[in-house]
Write a protein that binds this ligand. Structure first.
Ligand code: ADP
Ligand code: MG
Length: 244
């Protein structure tokens, strides 16, 4: 059976307009200095897209990702996720959006050290109020989906980097998010393992229609996506399809 192919729709999932981010830093008792990191970033990402964000270190990629993930707020500008104005949500509503709608994957895996792979993956479900037994059942299905079913009882330090990233992807998937935000997910992995992780992301995008936004500084990783956004000094300087 050929898997169902999902295609990007023209319905915006993410719409940001004129985002600016200014950090205020303490200046050793001499007041504060402002440092602007994002300048009028406008970007629309439709459901089902697979987008790479590239740019030099310090260009504002993680700052943008943190805003898209509702982990941080812009200094000015607007963000609509699923048509909802993020600025109008309460802290509880924001926490729910992060937990239910968005899956996060980071360069450093961010797994809890003294917990098994299974419990790491189950954690967001427990947080969302799902029972322990149901959480574990769904967590195991997600580990199986990324090829790690046999490692459910392992702790992170007993797993390779690639395996830890699969656990993190399983965790990101456990609440059936519409959106996965991955900040340099292959940054700590060798070329072959990076390729395996990108294959998982491609399958999730193609077969389940999950929208993926992924930061990378490697051309061959970006080539696995379908749209490339380049950021330079806090501005979007390029935005185009990745050639097939
Ligand atoms: P990238 O992910 O592209 O490497 P970042 O978004 O992490 O870039 O950082 C962009 C700029 O913002 C950098 O100059 C960084 O030092 C600064 N920055 C990031 N986070 C903070 C913060 N919490 N406070 C002050 N400055 C920050
Ligand atoms: Mg970064």
């Amino acid at each position: 059976m050929t898997p169902l192919r999902h295609h990007a729709s023209s319905e915006p999932l993410i719409k940001v307009e004129n985002l600016c981010k200014i950090y205020s830093l303490e200046n050793g008792g001499n007041g504060t200095v402002n440092s602007q990191v994002l300048f009028d970033v406008s970007l629309t990402i439709n459901r089902g897209e697979f987008v790479a964000i590239m740019g030099h270190s310090g260009s504002g990629k993680s700052t943008l990702m943190n805003i898209l993930g509702c982990l941080d707020t812009p200094t000015s500008g607007s963000y609509w996720l699923n048509g909802r104005d993020i600025a109008k949500l309460s802290d509880d509503e924001l926490a729910r959006v992060r937990n239910r709608n968005i899956g996060f994957v980071f360069q450093g895996f961010n797994l809890l050290k003294r917990m098994t792979a299974l419990d790491n993956v189950a954690a967001p479900l427990l947080y969302a109020g799902v029972s322990r037994s149901e959480s574990r059942k769904r967590a195991l299905e997600r580990l199986q989906q990324t090829g790690l079913g046999k490692f459910a009882a392992y702790q992170p330090n007993q797993l390779s980097g690639g395996q830890q990233q699969r656990v993190a992807i399983s965790r990101a998937l456990v609440n059936n998010p519409q959106l996965i935000l991955a900040d340099e997910p292959t940054g700590n992995l060798d070329t072959q393992t990076s390729g395996e992780i990108m294959t998982i992301f491609q399958q999730l995008n193609r077969e389940q229609g999950i929208t993926i936004v992924l930061v990378t500084h490697e051309d061959d990783i970006a080539a696995c996506t379908r749209r490339l956004v380049r950021v330079k000094d806090g501005r979007v300087v390029h935005d185009d399809e990745v050639p097939a």
